[in-house]
Design a protein around this ligand. Sequence first.
Ligand SMILES: C[S@@+](CC[C@H](N)C(=O)[O-])C[C@H]1O[C@@H](n2cnc3c(N)ncnc32)[C@H](O)[C@@H]1O
Length: 275
Amino acid sequence: MTAQIKNLLLDTRLPRLEVRMLLEHVLGKPRAWLLAHDTDPLAPEVATAYEALAQRRLAGEPMAYLLGQREFMGHVFRVTPDVLIPRPDTEVLVETALECVAGQSAPAVLDLGTGSGAIAISIALARRDARVMASDVSAAALAVAAGNAWALTASVRFVEGSWYGAVPAGEGFDLIVSNPPYVASDDPHLGRGDVRFEPRGALTDGADGLEDLRRIVAGAPGHLKAGAALWMEHGWDQAEAVRGLLAAAGFADVHSRRDLAGIERVSGGRWPGRG
Ligand SMILES: C[S@@+](CC[C@H](N)C(=O)[O-])C[C@H]1O[C@@H](n2cnc3c(N)ncnc32)[C@H](O)[C@@H]1O
């Protein structure tokens, strides 16, 4: 008997949702089409393409890399193994950023370590008047981010280099945001699950997990206008340490905000300027 599309939908090696998403991807068709055509004959090349993806998934590769995309703040971002897969947790950083610049016209915003561009592009799309700059040390990541900005029609200026070294001299910002690598280099989680497939340089600072956060706090005053804000994402247990870094550097109104799970996920403060 000829195999039908529904034979693949019955693949029990993977969760049903993943089977459906992989099949939609190889067929290039949405869910409604799949349901209406489940008794169509299964083309051998579709079965082969599906099996190749299923094998990669069974080996642990993240769905976002297999599908080549991930949704963030309601926008679809292309992702490749050159970039971190945007996390829902990071949406609290974008929401905080948008609150910070609410009421300011044409705010200048800097996103340090932009990866896929998820944060910078989401801000630029929500605030079309903003002047958004985004940096990364990885040229490959910046190529993905620039492609996303183009596809989503966001206006973002991308610059390459390490932290503030990428920022042209004399640029002053109303807001700096960053989701830097903050996992300690000896954290066993780096060897488990999806993160095994993500760029190591996007996950860990190669030190205690606070090294890049320290650099970002230390360099911020030279790039913030008086009264401007710095907000950073960090690990579940780093909020107190990051608030300490901000307070020691002279930031005012230092506080943290929680994600949907109730974890202090981002910390920030306002730069009072040198008086
Ligand atoms: C945790 S990922 C965040 C990516 C993206 N902003 C997001 O939230 O999905 C950290 C990013 O920082 C970049 N990065 C690492 N070291 C850097 C450095 N010294 N200067 C600039 N960016 C750096 C990595 O390439 C990576 O894209």
